[in-house]
Design a protein around this ligand. Structure first.
Ligand code: AN0
Ligand code: CP
Length: 317
């Protein structure tokens, strides 16, 4: 594997989950692959899970790991070509990327959407420059429009817990005080849409996601109706995608918070969220602490999704 930025890059999802579960059962069996190999993780944004799980995954494979927090101690990077660099940015990505490529064998990049210029975000300008100019295999640790390591971990978690061949999986918008990217929701849609699950998306009017991500999913504006008979409830906030409202918070309506009364409409569904989560806004304490909450196993599977991707990249070096 030379690149991991979207669901297509993983190939067969069933083979990928099978391989992930083999790795989970024997995570130190491929230590030889990473010997004398170096992973460079580059963060333009904060992280807890991605940072720790990806480093752990690389260490399980015997790799050395270097981490660069671009906003803490590195030169401020210009990302647009053709600008006169007379401001506060001391270095251009077009030099920084090939330089970083010189010091490592694989690169992981986290670079969130800016949420001001929709076209720029949806063209994935930052991660695509890493793919093009680093000379190394590159994987996304959440880019502007997708978070594939998260979605892969979510898929593994659903496969481990489902009791029906075709479970009903519901992605629900939930309120949050800050503008958040659509990346986690987009990516979850993209990964659910390659499975044969019964997949439903529910959100208030105005929070429609990009049609290329929604695909053939059923969109249901009535959250309670969407929850009926569900096997998995996947909560996430995202800011508006549509037109002039791009990146805006249109509503903080707490009637969309996932609570026990709404979970009672489901078929004893599991609750999922990628974390970090705001209690009282996205979900009540009662639901996230209940035995049906999968948030911790889901986070644990981030190590496994990362290890599967890194293993495949090492095998192809
Ligand atoms: C980020 C987001 O919504 O994309 C990261 C989630 C994994 N969340 C926050 O910034 C709170
Ligand atoms: N779920 C996730 O990606 O968490 P972090 O932002 O803490 O890495």
């Amino acid at each position: 594997m030379k690149k991991f930025t979207n669901v297509q890059d993983i190939g067969s999802w069933r083979d990928a989950v099978k391989e992930a579960l083999e790795i989970k059962n024997n995570r130190f069996a491929w230590q030889h692959l990473g010997r004398n190999r170096t992973l460079l993780m580059i963060f333009f944004n904060s992280s807890l899970r991605t940072r720790l799980s990806t480093q752990k995954a690389a260490m399980n494979l015997g790799m050395n790991v270097m981490v660069l927090d671009v906003n803490q101690g590195a030169w401020k990077l210009e990302t647009e070509r053709g600008v006169i660099m007379d401001g506060d940015k001391a270095e251009h990505l077009l030099e920084a990327i090939p330089v970083m490529g010189c010091y490592c064998d694989l690169i992981g990049v986290r670079s969130f959407a800016g949420l001001t210029d929709r076209d720029a975000d949806y063209q994935e300008r930052v991660i695509s420059q890493f793919v093009r100019y680093s000379g190394r295999p590159v994987f996304s640790m959440e880019a502007a429009t997708r978070h594939p390591l998260q979605s892969f971990a979510d898929l593994i978690t659903i496969e481990e817990h489902k009791i029906k061949e075709r479970p009903k999986v519901v992605l629900t918008w939930a309120p949050h005080p800050k503008s958040l990217p659509q990346a986690v929701a987009n990516s979850f849609c993209e990964w659910m849409n390659v499975t044969d699950y019964d997949f439903v998306v529910t959100h208030p009017v105005g929070y429609e996601l990009a049609p290329e991500f929604v695909g053939n999913a059923r969109v249901e504006y009535d959250q309670r109706k969407a929850f009926e008979g569900a096997d998995f409830i996947y909560a996430k906030n995202w800011s508006a995608y549509s037109g002039d409202n791009y990146g805006k918070v249109l509503s903080m309506d707490r009637s969309w918070t996932v609570d026990a009364e709404k979970m009672a409409l489901t078929d004893n569904a599991y609750f999922m969220h990628c974390l970090p989560v705001r209690r009282g806004m996205i979900v009540t304490d009662e639901v996230i602490e209940s035995p049906r909450s999968l948030v911790i196993p889901e986070a644990a599977n981030r190590e496994i999704s990362a290890q599967t991707v890194i293993k495949r990249m090492l095998e192809d070096l």
